[in-house]
Design a protein around this ligand. Structure first.
Ligand SMILES: NC(=O)c1ccc[n+]([C@@H]2O[C@H](COP(=O)([O-])OP(=O)(O)OC[C@H]3O[C@@H](n4cnc5c(N)ncnc54)[C@H](OP(=O)(O)O)[C@@H]3O)[C@@H](O)[C@H]2O)c1
Length: 243
């Protein structure tokens, strides 16, 4: 299968994770990726240039280059940025994908020319270590081939099993998603060398849904429960072995 030309709008956490994951997986070559971001983010663009990707301050340049555009900016700016891309988007090219939390297919289609092909994806940062996981849905004009391309680009799938089932996912899919999440998070800790708290901070936007979930875990005493589990199991094991 031919390698894809991919444009990232935004050069932050998601763009960095995805670009590196795509290159590592051989889905795109560094020279097949262009990343655009405002001038203030020069250090982020420099990081992308260091791995061989093209960089620009002009979002339209990235879109014109690409078979697939990944909208990797904050949800609030998506409508404005899509609107600005209109002259570069036709039904033929590029496929416009978004990872923005809460931005619907309808919003994407409303801000692009008629019959634009759009996909909405919800991924996570373990894409950095090729253990990312995503769910996606297609816009009205996205083709079966676009679905295959999206699968190829957004490598896997994830969510937390019980939460996923509660929110209506079938149990087998939900379990697969949960397992992938835990494996991805563990690999992120091992391969990046970062403290888990730092990795957590990097994905928690102020007032966002991730910190909401973290707060729910803290409210439920998850941290204390893990510490107690290790303590109690150790005590029991010592008692059992008679030491
Ligand atoms: N991080 C995650 O784990 C995660 C998971 C799932 C989905 N997402 C989604 O992914 C998207 C990006 O998240 P992120 O964590 O990568 O955010 P981020 O690190 O803040 O990256 C966004 C980047 O886009 C730049 N930007 C702002 N306005 C722009 C414009 N008009 N044109 C081009 N670039 C622009 C920002 O620059 P400035 O900082 O200078 O404004 C920033 O560098 C969000 O919509 C989020 O909902 C993130």
């Amino acid at each position: 299968m031919a390698t894809l030309r991919i444009g990232f709008i935004g050069a932050g956490n998601m763009a960095q994770a995805f670009a590196k994951g795509l290159i590592a997986a051989g889905v795109a070559k560094p020279q097949g990726i262009v990343v655009s971001s405002p001038k203030v983010d020069q250090h982020l663009l420099d990081q992308m240039a260091a791995i061989g990707c093209g960089t620009t301050y002009n979002n339209r340049e990235a879109a014109s280059f690409s078979d697939v555009v990944v909208m990797a900016v904050k949800p609030a700016v998506i409508p404005r940025v899509l609107h600005d891309l209109q002259p570069c988007v036709t039904p033929a090219r590029p496929l416009v994908t978004s990872v923005a939390l809460g931005v619907t297919l309808a919003t994407m289609e409303a801000n692009l020319p008629p019959e634009s092909r759009v996909m909405r994806i919800m991924p996570n940062t373990p894409a950095l270590v090729q253990l990312g996981a995503s769910v996606f849905c297609r816009g009205a004009h996205a083709t079966d081939e676009d679905v295959q391309t999206t699968r190829r680009v957004y490598l896997a799938i994830e969510a937390l099993a019980d939460g996923g089932v509660r929110m209506g996912l079938p149990r087998p899919l939900s379990l697969k998603l949960a397992a992938q999440t835990v494996m991805g998070a563990a690999k992120m800790v091992l391969e990046t060398g970062k403290h888990p708290g730092q990795l957590k901070d990097e994905v928690c936007s102020p007032g966002g849904c991730t910190i909401q979930g973290v707060a729910a875990l803290e409210r439920g005493g998850l941290r204390a429960a893990f510490i107690s589990a290790v303590h109690d199991a150790t005590v029991k094991s010592i008692e059992t072995s008679g030491k």
